[in-house]
Design a protein around this ligand. Structure first.
Ligand code: 13P
Ligand code: SF4
Length: 309
């Protein structure tokens, strides 16, 4: 079994040879995050993918993230170490379903969470991530009807924060990892850590967000402890984030709100697969490529550009 350090060095060397940048989402395996050139939340990675100058992007995340990078930079080769890494929530909204809802509400604008397919983004006015969903929704007049897809939990949170419960129409999608958190279970974890701060991702259910001290995207949660005197944080999101939190704040304690919170798709990417992808003959490399058909891309681009603007 090759040593992790050797694989990380090999990945960096291959990346240099192939003119590739390695991007990893905050939920990736620790050894993948450690080897990446950049880590971040969905919004940060989309921005880096746009401004980075390498001709190849090795995207360690899930399919919609690589697709978003390809929408923003069609001249770049976007690769995934394992293309089976999808997002079940993104698959919960279809183009046909969204079109039908738009027909029902012809006066509504469509705000789509970035966790969605390129084809759904193409039917969208503006995309958002968990980091900027409130800001994006607030750009519309207060009485504007808004169809929000696909995450009902994020949509509900945004509607409550912006006072738009009457005007936002929520698609009933959810992330199975975050949907699984329960307030009662988390209260018990917090009780074991008195004076702890509870940080939760807005993909969690309302009952969890209501007891959270901080609601933030993954990178928001990485920044928050710097602004707090607390020494212990209970973290209600995918457990991959605990690695980065521990790296950034070695003197603080971070506790998973639930040990079950593991996204199997995020974990499909391994260091070995990253190395194998960049080490392959070009024909094999192309099997890892993520592309978006030109017509879909053109329609999705406007909504994604508005998101990162
Ligand atoms: P962020 O990193 O943008 O908060 O997204 C969380 C997520 O679920 C990505 O799959
Ligand atoms: Fe999708 Fe949830 Fe996994 Fe993120 S954590 S990729 S939203 S299933």
């Amino acid at each position: 079994m090759p040593d992790i350090n050797d694989l990380q060095k090999k990945l960096r060397r291959l990346a240099e040879e192939r003119d590739a940048v390695v991007l990893a989402h905050n939920y990736q395996r620790p050894e993948v995050q450690a080897a990446a050139h950049h880590t971040g939340d969905s919004l940060e990675l989309a921005r880096i993918a746009t401004r980075d100058e390498h001709s190849v992007i090795l995207f360690c995340g899930v399919h919609f993230m690589a697709e978003t990078a390809s929408i923003l930079s069609p001249h770049k080769t976007v690769l995934m170490p394992d293309k089976r890494a999808g997002c079940p929530m993104a698959d919960m909204v279809t183009v046909a379903g969204l079109k039908a809802l738009k027909q029902e509400h012809p006066d509504a604008v469509v705000v789509t969470y970035v966790n969605s397919s390129a084809a759904v983004k193409a039917e969208t006015d503006v995309c958002c991530t968990s980091a900027n969903a409130i800001e994006i929704v607030e750009r519309f007049p207060h009485d504007q009807k808004i169809i929000f897809v696909p995450d009902r939990n994020l949509g509900d949170y945004v509607a409550r924060q912006t006072g738009r419960m009457e005007t936002m129409i929520l698609w009933p999608g959810y992330c199975h990892v975050h949907e699984d958190f329960r307030a009662e279970e988390i209260r018990q974890v917090c009780a074991q850590h008195p004076a702890s701060v509870l940080m939760a991702h807005p993909e969690c259910r309302r009952e969890v967000l209501e007891i959270a001290d901080v609601v933030a995207s993954t990178s928001g949660m990485l920044r928050y402890p710097a602004t707090s005197d607390a020494t212990t944080f209970v973290v209600a999101t995918e457990t991959g984030l605990l690695y980065r939190l521990g790296e950034i704040y070695p003197e603080r304690t971070f506790v998973a709100a639930s040990r079950r919170a593991v996204c199997p798709n995020m974990k499909l990417t391994t260091l070995e697969k990253c190395v194998a992808t960049l080490d392959a003959e070009w024909d094999d490399v192309q099997q890892h490529e993520v592309t978006v058909p030109p017509q879909v891309r053109a329609a999705a681009l406007r909504a994604v550009e508005r998101m990162i603007a």
